[in-house]
Design a protein around this ligand. Structure first.
Ligand SMILES: [Zn+2]
Ligand SMILES: [Zn+2]
Length: 358
């Protein structure tokens, strides 16, 4: 039995009480909603070019792969290249610094690349972005931006009325379409150059979707190219010469071809034709591995996987056709893959932000 004095309750100092309440509140939140997202704002200014795969899938449904999205973080800024369905949830769960989103770069306007644009406007504004968001893209980007803005107009008015303009500055709800004009005669444009961060766009071949573009980022001597959707493209090959990382889309003609045949043979001709039609405007694994080797890239990341197979099968399917003596490294993307390229070195680290998700 305890002595009476040991049980006597003593009033704790105010600070101790406040801390105890804070801990209790935090653990109550965690118990009810899961852990709060980590703070990854240090990625902004740690002297490296960061690449994060926030969506490695393609239009077919997948429980573990969001649709097309690649985040690039460097020099105090974050950019998102494409924002397919599910990608913004990843960005927020992993605590990427969306309040410092300096722009969205759209490669083309297929739904699996633009579906989360409205959520991108909203999440970055609520996180603290106070200026209109720049949305870059080929001709047509103004229509896409105007459409998403209109869809979110009522919600924006509710939020401002509810929380006030000081908390949610109306300017931050805005977005500005920035059209990148490219032609066959001038297929490349270096359209962004601020604080040692340069971004260029180049035409790719995703016919009948035109124009469609890819992007190259350069920061302090480190570089990454993101393909968008394309068959093997000479412009992309030129832009990828000696690049540290090439994030490229890919389609398995073997698996998708079999699926199309099986659907048609089973009486689902319409679906079979839809799947078969995808075979002519994406690159196949063998051609992509050859491109990466010839362009002298450091690391090829195969993403926008069609079909979006689970990791174990995806490695077998998409690394097929890679030469045993290939000069470059190659990885099949997973959602959460994080590649850091420190400036002033040839180092590269690869991690995964998605591993600790509940
Ligand atoms: Zn596409
Ligand atoms: Zn696509």
């Amino acid at each position: 039995m305890f002595a009476r004095s040991a049980l006597r309750w003593r009033r704790p100092p105010a600070l101790t009480l406040a801390l105890a309440l804070l801990v209790l509140a935090a653990s109550a939140v965690e118990a009810q909603f899961g852990a709060l997202p980590p703070d990854r704002s240090s990625l902004l200014d740690d002297g490296a070019l960061h690449v994060v795969i926030c969506g490695s899938g393609a239009p077919l449904p997948s429980a573990e792969r969001a649709e097309a999205c690649t985040a690039v973080i460097a020099g105090g800024r974050m950019f998102l290249v494409d924002v397919g369905n599910g990608s913004l949830e990843n960005v927020r769960l992993w605590g990427l610094p969306i309040d410092r989103l300096a722009g969205v770069l759209l490669t083309h306007f297929h739904s699996d690349h633009i579906a989360d644009l409205g959520e991108t406007f909203f999440a970055s504004w609520v996180s603290g972005r106070a200026e209109p968001l720049d949305v870059y893209g080929p001709a047509g980007v103004d229509r896409v931006v105007a459409g998403f803005r209109m869809v979110y107009e009522l919600d924006v008015s509710y939020r401002i009325a509810h929380h006030g303009e000081e908390i949610l500055p109306p300017a931050g709800a805005g977005a500005v379409a920035r059209t990148i004009d490219l032609t066959d005669d001038a297929p490349t444009s270096a359209f962004y150059d601020r604080d040692d961060l340069r971004i260029s766009a180049f035409l790719v071949d995703h016919e009948p979707v035109a124009p469609a573009v890819g992007y190259r980022f350069d920061f302090g001597g480190r570089s990454v190219v993101i393909s968008g959707d394309t068959v093997r493209s000479a412009n992309l090959e030129q832009a990828s010469q000696g690049v540290d990382v090439l994030v490229h889309e890919v389609l398995s003609e073997a698996v998708m071809g079999m699926a199309a045949q099986a659907l048609s043979a089973g009486g689902a001709e319409r679906l079979g034709k839809l799947v078969a039609d995808t075979l002519d405007y994406h690159i196949y694994p063998r051609d992509l591995h050859a491109l990466a080797a010839e362009a002298g890239v450091g690391l090829l990341v195969l993403s926008h996987l069609a079909p979006p197979l689970p990791a174990a099968q995806a490695n077998a399917v998409f690394l097929r056709g890679r030469a045993e003596d290939a000069p470059n490294d190659a990885l099949v993307a997973v959602d959460g893959m994080h590649i850091a390229l420190p400036v002033g070195s040839d180092d590269r680290t690869v991690g995964n932000f998605g591993e600790h998700q509940p």
